[in-house]
Each structure stands twice: as structure tokens, then as C-alpha cells.
Design a protein around this ligand. Structure first.
Ligand code: TK8
Length: 334
């Protein structure tokens, strides 16, 4: 046997003997969700897991918890911050008290299309917000889709903003959402997601707003009569990992998490786009009355909402609002 051949054989033997992916340790981490397991976030997480299996030799395993089993968005995020729990998929909106700049996503009618939202979130602007999340102990692995929010209620179709008069609307827990609906004349009630179904069922509230897929998978439609397409806000999900735990992982493990979260994100976004109309059809088939708004009514609603921008611009950060508006103007060719 030549020296070269011997060397080759040795290398092969070594490669078999040493685990090829020694930089990856066996790790299991919990991912808390408020939404149910039939929501496309689960589809995204399955794709992320497949990617992690490949990248880490099946060393990293995610465990999804659903329906708020590990607490609501805010509670789970606090557990992640303090390193008691590894990860959470949360809406940005309940975290505005912690990071005021995240309130930018709650500004009414900010985005017109998912593509606009993706361009903003996946670029430098999203990075800037990630740095703010990092400062409070949260590593954002990516902006997953929650989506464009629409109304459901038990009273009447929403055809113009005036139809909100006196309606008891559940809003996510921040002042921007509260003001948006108060400004339409609604009786806006901040409430965590986990309380919404029973509040609708007992008629403690009349209305809630969420993307179709959530109204469907969280079964809100079972206790509602009307669905109105308002698209009044696009809010993202953040895939947040505990910074304390993330920092204890090897650079290779950290990279695998980041890369695979992006793979999962893309699958999840596509799944939502696909499921949106299916969800709406299912709810209509279940007897809900559906309507869209006329262009004139949409424009009125948008105009009526401008005051919310003025009221909250300073709290969100002048520079933050200016920056996002500049990016959007650019995308729209204005
Ligand atoms: C699920 C929530 C939900 C959000 C809400 O935990 O609270 O209405 O849209 O998706 O984050």
C-alpha cells in the first residue's frame, strides 16, 4: 500500500470513528405558542426541524407547546428573557411596553402587501429592531408571519368605521391598538389572547381582530357571526430565543438555529398565504356572513387613523417611524 493510500484509509477510518458533527450537542428546546397546532407556524416548525436534523446530525430537537400551554405571549417572553425557557413565537404587539419601537407594526394600515412587510422586516430595519430585542435578552431568529388582521364580531357587518360605534372590541395589549379602535368609536378592551375565546363566547366582548387563519384555527368563528375584511394592520410573529441560553451554544449551533429558522419562516409564510382563503371559505361554510369594504370606506378609515400616527410617533420613536415610511415610499416608487 502506498503512503498516500494508507493516509486516505486512515482519514476515512477517523471520519467514521469521530462523530462527523462534534460541534453539535444533544439539545432539546421548548417553543411556546399561543396559537393552536393546526396553525401554519407548526408547518414552519416542522420544516425548521427537518433543516436542524440535517445541519446538526439530529442533535437539536424542538418541542412545540400550543394554545398558550406555557403561558401567554408576554408571560412566555418573560420566561425566555430570564433563561427559564428557550423559545417563544409571539406577536410583537404585547411586547411594545418592553420595546416601544415594536409599536411601529401596530400603526394602522402601515403595510399594503405581505411583500412590503417582508422587505421591511427582513432588511436593515428588522435588524435594527433585533438589536433592541437583543438588549433586553432576546435573540430574534426571524420574523414569521402572523399576517393582515381582519374583524370578526357578533353584531353587524363592519362596512365603514362608523359601524364600530359602541362595539366591545378585544385589542392586543398596547396603547396603539387601544387608540386605533377607540378612535373609531369602539369600546376597546385590551386582553391577552388566551382569554379571547371565552370572552367572545360569554359575550363579555362583541368583537376581536386577527388574521383569517387564526380566527379559524383558534375557533373564534364558532362564537362569532360576521367577518369583515379590514386589513387594518399587519403584525408579525417573532421567533425569540433566550439570549442567555443562545450564548451558551457553540457558534455552529447558533448558526444552524438562525439558518433553519429562516427556512421555517419561508415555509410558514407560504403556508399562511395558501391557507388564508381556505380558512375564510371554511368560516363562510360554517355560516358566518362575510363582507369587504368599499374603496371609499377604506380610504375614510385610513384617513381617520392618521391621528394615531401623530399620537404615537414620539413614543415609538420619530426616527423609527420616519425610517419605515421612507422605506415604504421607496418601495412604492414615491
Ligand atoms: C397568539 C397571539 C395572536 C395575536 C393576538 O399568541 O394576540 O391576537 O394575533 O396570534 O400572538
Amino acid at each position: 500500500m502506498t503512503i498516500l493510500k494508507t493516509a486516505l484509509c486512515l482519514t476515512t477510518a477517523l471520519a467514521i470513528a469521530t462523530p462527523a458533527l462534534a460541534q453539535f450537542q444533544e439539545r432539546t428546546f421548548r417553543v411556546s405558542n399561543g396559537i393552536n397546532e393546526d396553525h401554519p407556524v407548526a408547518t414552519g416548525m416542522a420544516a425548521m426541524q427537518e433543516c436542524l436534523n440535517e445541519a446538526t446530525g439530529s442533535a437539536m430537537t424542538m418541542q412545540g407547546f400550543w394554545g398558550g400551554a406555557l403561558g401567554g405571549d408576554l408571560q412566555a417572553t418573560q420566561a425566555v428573557r430570564s433563561g427559564l425557557q428557550e423559545a417563544v413565537v409571539t406577536s410583537s404587539s404585547p411586547l411594545v411596553g418592553m420595546i416601544p419601537a415594536l409599536g411601529v407594526f401596530d400603526l394602522p394600515f402601515l403595510f399594503r402587501t405581505p411583500e412590503e412587510a417582508y422587505a421591511v422586516m427582513d432588511g436593515e430595519f428588522g435588524e435594527m429592531l433585533n438589536e433592541k430585542l437583543d438588549e433586553v435578552g432576546l435573540v430574534n431568529l426571524g420574523y414569521w408571519e402572523n399576517g393582515f388582521r381582519n374583524m370578526s364580531n357578533s353584531q353587524r357587518p363592519i362596512e365603514t368605521w362608523e359601524d364600530f360605534q359602541g362595539m366591545k372590541v378585544r385589542v392586543m395589549q398596547n396603547n396603539i391598538f387601544l387608540d386605533t379602535f377607540s378612535n373609531f368609536g369602539a369600546n376597546a378592551t385590551p386582553m391577552s389572547f388566551g382569554e379571547v375565546f371565552s370572552a367572545l363566547e360569554t359575550r363579555a366582548i362583541d368583537a376581536q381582530e386577527n388574521p383569517y387563519v387564526t380566527i379559524d384555527t383558534s375557533k373564534f368563528y364558532e362564537v362569532q357571526s360576521y367577518i369583515s375584511e379590514t386589513r387594518h394592520a399587519y403584525t408579525p410573529f417573532l421567533f425569540l430565543f433566550s439570549k442567555a441560553i443562545f450564548n451558551s451554544y457553540s457558534p455552529e449551533e447558533q448558526q444552524a438555529l438562525r439558518d433553519c429558522a429562516t427556512v421555517g419562516r419561508d415555509v410558514e409564510r407560504a403556508a399562511i398565504q395558501e391557507l388564508n382563503l381556505e380558512s375564510l371559505a371554511r368560516m363562510e361554510a360554517a355560516g358566518l356572513q362575510f363582507n369587504t369594504l368599499s374603496v371609499a370606506a377604506q380610504e375614510e378609515m385610513l384617513e381617520k387613523s392618521q391621528v394615531v400616527y401623530e399620537t404615537h410617533r414620539a413614543a415609538i420613536g420619530e426616527d423609527v417611524v420616519d425610517q419605515v415610511q421612507a422605506i415604504l415610499a421607496d418601495l412604492r416608487g414615491q
